[in-house]
Write a new protein. Structure first.
Length: 332
């Protein structure tokens, strides 16, 4: 081989090595786009179907890799099946989180079967990321953990929203068995001191210990619904997001206002006067990569009066009721 050919071979080999390094897994930014919606409440809004269609359409337009609903979605009956049918029109992967109101008239097993999900809590991989779905729909009564079923959760607040011991053991094992960046989904919050998961500190410790043992930020974010508020906080390197509900904020009997609705609407939707409705559907698309979380915000406005105009205090454990999901761009 003459010197010219030898130089050519060396250049080709050197170039190939550089190319392989630049395109290796460590240097390529893995990315996933997740469409997230929460607290759909199929029985509450006259235009619920249109709102869901809008979310599905936007999920397709945004080329979402998957969609997830964070609970209080639809109950297993013929009247609410339309929402599940709309959900299933999305051509990609779809995931469900159990919410307390999904068990208003049914058992947990009946909801699981109706939605066709593997279990009440489970995990899965998507691309280079690991996802964990938790179920905090347990009562703690007389030393026992009891599944939510048939609205048995209308009891004292301190008895509600627990994660049972078997699930905690499973969570520890599941985190041990993955080395992927991990995202947690739950209905109730893992940081809310009023309405969040009661044994949330235990869960926070498990997530933080998983990161310490891994030597890197394994668990990067937790998403929940339930409270219909827009909220974000970082605690010990983990980002916690409360995702506002699709359509409304609950006000209750003391603030009922029927002036915005006709009698037919009130007859068909008996709780309509007890909610403050967002003009537009709220949902988000979270783009997660190995060094960044981007949450795409959306802003609407109130239909008729806002909750504060009806006398409800503006601040709820530090959160103001707003028809908004905020933008976030967070470096990991």
């Amino acid at each position: 081989m003459n010197s010219y050919n030898l130089k050519t071979v060396i250049i080709i080999i050197f170039t190939s090595i550089l190319f392989s390094q630049c395109t290796s897994k460590e240097n390529v930014e893995d990315k996933i786009i997740i469409g997230i919606v929460s607290d759909v409440h199929a029985d509450m809004l006259p235009d619920g179907a249109e709102r869901m269609k809008k979310f599905i359409s936007e999920a397709e337009n945004n080329k979402a890799d998957m969609i997830v609903q964070l609970g209080d979605f639809c109950r297993p009956n013929d009247n609410e099946k339309f929402m599940l049918d709309l959900w299933n029109t999305f051509p990609g992967d779809k995931y469900h989180v159990l919410g307390n109101h999904d068990m208003d008239f049914n058992t947990k097993d009946e909801v699981i079967k109706f939605w066709d999900i593997p279990s009440n809590y489970f995990s899965f991989d998507k691309g280079e990321f690991h996802f964990i779905v938790l179920d905090a729909n347990y009562l703690y009564q007389e030393g026992k953990y009891v599944d939510y079923r048939n609205a048995n959760f209308y009891v004292k607040n301190e008895q509600r929203a627990y994660i049972n011991p078997e699930q905690i053991v499973w969570l520890k094992n599941d985190l041990r068995q993955t080395d992927k960046r991990t995202i947690i989904f739950s209905h109730q919050s893992l940081i809310n001191i009023l309405w969040g998961i009661k044994n949330r500190i235990k869960i926070q410790e498990i997530l933080e210990n998983a990161n310490k043992q891994a030597g890197y930020k394994k668990v990067i974010a937790c998403f929940n619904g339930h409270d219909h508020v827009d909220f974000h906080r970082e605690i010990n390197g983990i980002h916690y997001f409360e995702i506002n509900g699709l359509g409304y904020q609950w006000m209750g009997e003391g603030y009922a206002d029927s002036t915005c609705f006709d009698q037919e609407q009130l007859s068909n939707y008996p709780h309509l006067d007890k909610i403050a409705i967002y003009k537009d559907p709220l949902y988000t698309f979270a783009t997660i990569s190995n060094n960044k979380i981007i949450v795409k915000g959306i802003k609407s406005e109130w239909v008729c009066k806002s909750p504060s105009e009806k006398g409800i205090p503006e601040m709820v454990y530090g959160c103001k009721y707003t028809p908004v999901i905020s933008d976030h761009e967070i470096k990991l």
